[in-house]
Ligand binder design. Structure first.
Ligand code: G4P
Length: 526
C-alpha cells in the first residue's frame, strides 16, 4: 500500500472529558472492539486523577505508566485508528491542549448526570479555536441523569456547539431501555454488562412500526416518537460536510461501562471522522499527500527510569512517509538527525517500526535535542503553527540553593521547559528566573526532578503576579518605550520573546491604556 492509501486508512483523534465522565472506560471499549486489548482494565492511564492529591510522586509514576498508553492504535473495518490519550488531571491541562494539536478530530464524553463540566468547557474551547470536528458521547445512561433535551441545550450554550443527535435514549436509569439510532435507523435494546447481541438490534425505519411498542412498551414508544418528531423539527439534519468544518456536532447516547452505544459510536466515527488533515505552518499549508516527509513534536516525556536519561519525543507525521534510519532535518537546530529505533504504539505494546504515515504518531528516543513544537522535514524549513504556550496562572521565583550545581540547575530547567512542564521567564532588570505553571503540582515536580535527574537543588520564593503576556508592536518605538518605562515588569521567555509581567488585572489594564500601540497576548503564538 502506498502513502496515499495508508493515509486514507487513518483516523487520529483524542477523547476529552472532565475527570470521571468515562473517558478511560470508553477508550477501553473501543480498544476491545478493535481487538487491541483482550480484557477490560488494561488501560490505566487516567487513573492519575483518582489520586488527585498533592502526591505528585504517585502522579509522576502514573505518568510514567501512561507513556505506554499515550497513543493507542487499533484496526477496525480496515481503518487504522490512533487514539491520543489526554491527561485527566487539571494541572496537566497544557499537555492536553498540546495533544489536541496532533489530532484530526475529537470525541467529547459527558456524564449524563453532571452535564457539561468545567474541564470539558476549556478543552472544547481549544478545539473550537482550530475548528476540530467533534462528536459528543453522553455517557452513563444506565443512571438517572439530566433530561436529554436539557443536555443538548447545555452543550449548545456552555460549549458553543451546534448539535444534532444521531442516537436518542429510550428512558434512562432504571427505565433505560436502549437507544434509537437515527444514523442507522435501528433500535438497540439495552442489557447491562456489555451483553449486547446481534438479536438486540432491530431495524425500524418507520417509527409507526408495531415492533417499536412490542420491544419497549407502548408508553416509551409513544414518548420516543414524540421526541424524535421534535428532534427532526428542531435540530438540523446531519451533514458530514458541516461536521468536518466544525460547524455541527453529532451526539450519541450510551453507557460505556456496559459497552452500550459504543459500537454505534465507533461505526459512525469510522464513516464520518476526517482522515489526516492539512497542517498550517508559518511558511505554507502542508498537505498530507505531499511526497516529502514532515512532522512536529507535540509532547515530550521523560523516561522515569533514573538509569536512563532518555526522553521520548512524540512526533505527529503530517506529510510523506517517515522512515527508520533516514536522515531528517531538525529545523530549529539546523542539523540532520536519524532515528534507529522509532517506536509505534499499539495499545499497551510498543514496537520499533520501519515506516509511518501521515496521522501516525511515532515515539523518538531523545537525549535532549527536542523541544515541544520542533519540526522535522526532508530539508525544508517549516514551522508548524498552533502549539502555543498559554499564559500561566501561578508564578514563583526560583532560587539556586546549591551554587556548586549551577550548570546542572540551568540544564535541568532548560530541559524541563523543553518538555513543557512549565514556563520560565528571565527578568530583564536583574536576571532573576520566574517559573510559571498552570497548576501548583508542577512546582513540586520540578523540584523533585531537578534533584533526582540533574542533582541540582532549588527553592521557591513567592512572587506577586497575575499574568504573563507576550507583547509585540508594529511600532518598534512603542515597544522600546514600554520596555524602558516598565523595566522591572519585563522578562523574556525561553525563546527570547518579550513578556510583560502584570502584577494585577488593574496593572495590566493600565499598561494597555498607557501603551495603546503595544499588543498584549495571552498565548505565545499571535
Ligand atoms: P475518566 O477516564 O473520564 O476519568 O473516567 P473513567 O472511565 O475512569 O470512569 C469513571 C467512573 O465512571 C468509573 O467508576 C467507571 O466505571 C464509571 N463509568 C464509566 N462509564 C459508565 C457508565 O456507562 N455507567 C456507569 N454507571 N458508570 C460508568 P469508578 O467506580 O470510579 O472506577 P472503577 O473502579 O469502576 O474503575
Amino acid at each position: 500500500m502506498g502513502q496515499v492509501e495508508e493515509l486514507h486508512r487513518r483516523k487520529t483523534f483524542g477523547i476529552v472529558s472532565h475527570p470521571d465522565a468515562g473517558k478511560t472506560t470508553l477508550t477501553e471499549k473501543l480498544l476491545l472492539f478493535g481487538g487491541a486489548i483482550q480484557e477490560a482494565g488494561a488501560v490505566k492511564s487516567n487513573k492519575i486523577k483518582k489520586h488527585a492529591t498533592s502526591d505528585f510522586m504517585e502522579i509522576e509514576k502514573q505518568r510514567g505508566i501512561s507513556v505506554a498508553t499515550s497513543v493507542m492504535a487499533f484496526e477496525y473495518r480496515d481503518k487504522q485508528i490512533n487514539i491520543l490519550d489526554t491527561p485527566g488531571h487539571k494541572d496537566f491541562a497544557e499537555d492536553t491542549y498540546r495533544t489536541l494539536t496532533a489530532v484530526d478530530s475529537v470525541i467529547v464524553v459527558i456524564d449524563v448526570a453532571k452535564g457539561v463540566e468545567e474541564q470539558t468547557e476549556k478543552l472544547v474551547q481549544v478545539c473550537r479555536m482550530r475548528n476540530t470536528p467533534i462528536i459528543v458521547f453522553i455517557n452513563k445512561l444506565d443512571r438517572e441523569g439530566k433530561d436529554a433535551f436539557d443536555l443538548l441545550d447545555e452543550v449548545e450554550t456552555k460549549l458553543g456547539l451546534h448539535v444534532t443527535p444521531l442516537s436518542w435514549p429510550v428512558g434512562m436509569g432504571q427505565r433505560f431501555r436502549g437507544v434509537y439510532s437515527l444514523y442507522e435507523q435501528n433500535l438497540i435494546l439495552f442489557s447491562p454488562h456489555g451483553k449486547q447481541e446481534e438479536e438486540d438490534v432491530f431495524r425500524i425505519t418507520d417509527l409507526q412500526n408495531e415492533l417499536l411498542s412490542q420491544k419497549v412498551g407502548d408508553a416509551a414508544a409513544m414518548t420516543l416518537r414524540d421526541e424524535l418528531h421534535t428532534i427532526v423539527s428542531v435540530y438540523p439534519e446531519f451533514s458530514r460536510e458541516e461536521y468536518l468544518k466544525g460547524n455541527i456536532c453529532p451526539v450519541f447516547f450510551g453507557s460505556a461501562v456496559n459497552n452500550f452505544g459504543v459500537r454505534e459510536l465507533l461505526d459512525c466515527f469510522v464513516d464520518i471522522a476526517p482522515n489526516p488533515l492539512s497542517r498550517e505552518t508559518e511558511e505554507r499549508l502542508v498537505d498530507p499527500q505531499e511526497k516529502k516527509f514532515s512532522g512536529f513534536v507535540f509532547k515530550i516525556h521523560a523516561n522515569m527510569d533514573p538509569k536512563h536519561r532518555d526522553r521520548i519525543a512524540f512526533l505527529r507525521i503530517c506529510s510523506g512517509t517517515f522512515q527508520r534510519n533516514t536522515n531528517y532535518w531538525h529545523v530549529r537546530q539546523g542539523k540532520n538527525m536519524k532515528f534507529p529505533n522509532p517506536t509505534a504504539f499499539m495499545a499497551s505494546k510498543k514496537s520499533v517500526i520501519d515506516e509511518a504515515y501521515p496521522g501516525d504518531i511515532v515515539g523518538l528516543y531523545d537525549s535532549g535535542n527536542f523541544k515541544i513544537g520542533d519540526s522535522l522535514t526532508e530539508g525544508e524549513n517549516l514551522h508548524f503553527k498552533g502549539i502555543p504556550s498559554f499564559s500561566p496562572e501561578q508564578f514563583r521565583f526560583v532560587n539556586n540553593t546549591d551554587p556548586m550545581k549551577t550548570k546542572q540547575l540551568n540544564k535541568g530547567l532548560d530541559q524541563l521547559m523543553d518538555e513543557g512542564v512549565a514556563q520560565l521567564f528571565t527578568k530583564e532588570d536583574n536576571g532573576r528566573k520566574i517559573i510559571g505553571t498552570v497548576g501548583a503540582l508542577q512546582f513540586d515536580v520540578i523540584q523533585y526532578r531537578l534533584k533526582h535527574e540533574y542533582g541540582a537543588s532549588c527553592d521557591y520564593e513567592p512572587v506577586n503576579l497575575y499574568k504573563a503576556c507576550w507583547v509585540s508592536s508594529k511600532d518598534a518605538n512603542a515597544l522600546k518605550e514600554l520596555i524602558s518605562r516598565r523595566k522591572k515588569d519585563i522578562a523574556r521567555d525561553t525563546d527570547g520573546k518579550l513578556v510583560f509581567l502584570a502584577e494585577s488585572a488593574w496593572m495590566l489594564k493600565m499598561a494597555q491604556e498607557n501603551h495603546p500601540e503595544v499588543d498584549f497576548h495571552f498565548t505565545s503564538e499571535y
